[in-house]
Design a protein around this ligand. Structure first.
Ligand SMILES: *Cc1c(COP(=O)(O)O)cnc(C)c1O
Length: 349
């Protein structure tokens, strides 16, 4: 069978920026080691594109959410370097962790008993200090099933580290209390935003995700964290509109003059949701190409009147300054990254 031709959508992952971001977050973590959250296929960028650079930078502990996310990591790291955040939800998952040697995060008494029944061994423990989402309630930390665990990382997760709210200090104090009561080799509470809260939050290990990939989790990280991702799409067709011509589904845009448009090879199926439609401009050679009409599943149309040199087959930039785009369209930086579709070719440069 013939090789696939080059795709019309590209994600460029900047290896140097990724490495620099891990090193920066590790430095901001003080004496603590930075790990790396690599769940959701490395926030949409592809484990195979990201993990070698993180390892080279010095990361040694990697967090995924599901057991299904483990196999791609095993090509690069040893099983005990992999923490599975959701923990064992059934006996088969506990048995899988024992068989492979990955380390589950125990989140409840039920998970603790599943883990021991499967044979147990080293595990991590997530205690809930105020997010009330996933993790052992503090009222249960004295249970004998917890005392029986062999805990490597005792962890908790901050609900609002990206905001200046009293809850951050409350969670920190609760975590310190839990850490005094539960023996563990390492302690960890900070995600990307938590690292920016200062070294009180660093403990032994930090767990950055978003900011590795260029997200600005808090203002303190602006200018410190480098952009990692850029997006390009190819022009499939150029056309000329006359006054009165409508564009796209429901013709929500109607030309009021002679104009030139370009039709690009992406749409909401690629993660470019309709909320990023009119009001956003693509870029070619420094010229802005405002989106007109509805974003459809596979196609988006721009006003190309300003880009005199643009031709069919050229690539244009889809803006992806995570903080700016998030503010503009209301999607979080996390949603923008993890929503990037499978039709983009991911390239590490
Ligand atoms: C996703 C996740 C992280 C990483 O968070 P970021 O905000 O992306 O830095 C850390 N810890 C846990 C438990 C997570 O689920």
């Amino acid at each position: 069978m013939a090789d696939l031709p080059p795709p019309t959508l590209q994600i460029k992952v900047d290896r140097a920026a990724l490495t620099a971001n891990w090193r920066m977050l590790d430095r901001l973590s003080g004496d603590a080691q930075a790990g790396a959250a690599i769940k959701a296929d490395a926030y949409g960028l592809g484990v195979e594109n990201v993990l070698p650079s993180l390892l080279e930078a010095g990361a040694r502990t990697f967090f995924v959410a599901h057991f299904s996310e483990v196999p791609p990591l095993l090509d690069h790291v040893t099983p005990e370097q992999i923490a599975v955040l959701h923990g064992p939800a059934c006996a088969e998952q506990a048995a899988y962790a024992v068989a492979i040697g990955v380390i589950p995060v125990i989140n409840s008494l039920h998970q603790a008993s599943l883990w021991q029944a499967a044979g147990g061994g080293a595990c991590h423990l997530m205690v809930d200090t105020g997010i009330n989402r996933l993790g052992l309630p503090l009222s249960e930390i004295g249970d004998p099933a917890i005392a029986a665990l062999d805990i490597d990382i005792l962890m908790s997760h901050l609900a609002s580290a990206d905001e200046d709210v009293a809850l951050n200090a409350v969670q920190l104090a609760r975590f310190r209390k839990a850490a005094a009561a539960i023996p563990a080799k390492r302690r960890s509470i900070a995600n990307s935003a938590g690292i920016a809260l200062g070294q009180d939050y660093s403990f032994d290990l930090t767990r950055p995700g978003l900011s590795l990939y260029g997200g600005i989790a808090r203002d303190e990280l602006a200018g410190t964290i480098a952009p990692v991702v850029s997006l390009q799409a190819q022009v499939l067709q150029m056309r000329n509109l006359s006054p009165g011509d409508g564009v796209g589904y429901n013709t929500i845009f109607t030309a009021d003059r002679q104009m030139c448009t370009a039709t690009l090879s992406f749409g909401y199926a690629d993660g470019f949701l309709r909320c990023r439609g009119p009001g956003t401009a693509l870029v070619h050679d420094g010229e802005l190409l405002p989106i007109i009409g509805r974003v459809s599943m596979d196609l988006t149309v721009v006003d190309a009147s300003a880009a005199k040199s643009l031709r069919e087959g050229d690539f244009v930039q889809i803006p992806f300054d995570l903080r700016q785009v998030s503010a503009q369209c209301g999607l979080s930086q996390y949603e923008l990254l993890t929503g990037l579709g499978r039709r983009f070719l991911r390239q590490v440069l």
